[in-house]
Design a protein around this ligand. Structure first.
Ligand code: PBG
Length: 344
């Protein structure tokens, strides 16, 4: 290898044009998936305190919103719903007039070509806030769930949750969802959803699995936005231990075997190594979720005048792309699409 002074890396950094010419990674609006929090009611656009620039939106405001999103070249949105009421099973999750079902129909009517992805999970809909059914709630052993020592294993009813997830996915597909995204980290969820979709005549609906989803402190603001914090215990018996990387590859392999079309790593920035390993190990599209806490950190620092939001956000997004992500779920999708004006 030629060395200094023969080789001077700075020669190729001398102008923006030359930097552009040798740039290894680019961002495009087509990389982004924009999350939307949909609520019942009319004319509601309410900012989420810990996520400035992110709103609860009622269904009637969605057509305008998704026209903006599509106009910016963003190919997809992912929907999270806040139900009118919560119960042990989360009945609105698979109701024909559930908020996500209504939102999906409204978006598809307004901008049919925009890809609608729906998050498939129980936590926003259940009164206990967990991603699976729990024993106490359906006549099992309430003491088990009431334990103050974290969340005991016996509490989450993994296999009993699977048909509910299948039902939710089918009801989203029926409303017009193009892609369903199971995020609850239940074992077997992808297989159960694939089978339910196929049986109901939705073989064409794709599955984006939250395959390697970690039990992360960075979901804090989202749980405020989605009103979905667990009412007792935590999610560590189903979401992954942040210390584990090899296990992520097993999780991804399983989801692919069960029929996932795309796999997700979540969060993104603290898990760039996982994104890279998944990209290298599997020839499947990889998505990464630049989560609420990653967004809130930069927003807060920018408000304090400690960071430049635009530069910090774009650097985060390019890093996620460079690590190997094909698609990035990000609350900056609209801003970033504007900032880069197509491609950067
Ligand atoms: C639901 C779900 C969560 C997120 C996406 N889907 C929260 C959680 O697991 O508690 C987090 C997204 C974010 O923080 O931006 N299971």
């Amino acid at each position: 290898m030629s060395q200094f002074p023969i080789y001077r890396p700075r020669r190729l950094r001398m102008s923006e044009n030359i930097r552009r010419m040798v740039r290894e990674t680019t961002l495009s609006a087509a990389d982004f998936i924009y999350p939307l929090f949909v609520v019942h009611g009319k004319g509601i656009k309410k900012e989420i305190a810990s996520m400035p620039g992110v709103y609860h939106l009622s269904v009637d405001l969605l057509p305008q919103e998704v026209e903006d999103v599509a106009g910016l070249g963003i190919p997809a949105v992912i929907l999270f719903g806040l139900p009118a009421a919560k119960d042990p099973v989360g009945a609105e999750n698979f109701a024909k007039d559930g908020v996500v079902q209504q939102a999906t129909r409204a978006i598809k009517a307004a901008v049919p070509e925009l890809t609608v992805i729906t998050d498939v999970c129980l936590c926003e809909y259940t009164d206990h806030g967990h991603c699976g059914l729990i024993k106490g709630a359906i006549g099992g052993n309430p003491e088990c769930c009431a334990s103050s020592v974290g969340l005991p294993d016996c509490c989450i009813l993994n296999d009993e949750t699977l048909p509910v997830l299948g039902q939710v996915a089918v009801s989203h597909a029926r409303a017009g969802a193009d892609v369903v995204a199971p995020s609850g980290m239940m074992d077997g969820m992808v297989g159960a959803i694939r089978e339910a979709l196929d049986d109901a005549g939705y073989a064409h609906v794709a599955i984006l699995s939250y395959a390697a989803k970690y039990a992360s402190a960075f979901y804090g603001p989202f749980r405020e936005a989605a009103e979905s914090p667990p009412q007792f215990g935590d999610r560590r018996t189903y979401q992954m231990d942040p210390a584990n990387a090899r296990e992520a590859l097993r999780e991804v392999a399983l989801d692919i075997q069960e029929g996932a079309d795309m796999v997700m790593v979540k969060p993104a920035l603290p898990y760039l190594d996982i994104i890279r390993q998944v990209r290298d190990a599997f020839d499947y599209p990889v998505a990464a979720y630049n989560v609420s806490g990653e967004y809130a950190m930069i927003k807060a620092a920018a408000r304090m005048g400690w960071l430049d939001e635009r530069n910090a956000a774009l650097e985060s997004l390019i890093a996620i792309k460079r690590a190997g992500a094909d698609a990035i779920l990000t609350y900056w999708a609209k801003d970033a699409a504007r900032w880069i004006g197509g491609v950067a």
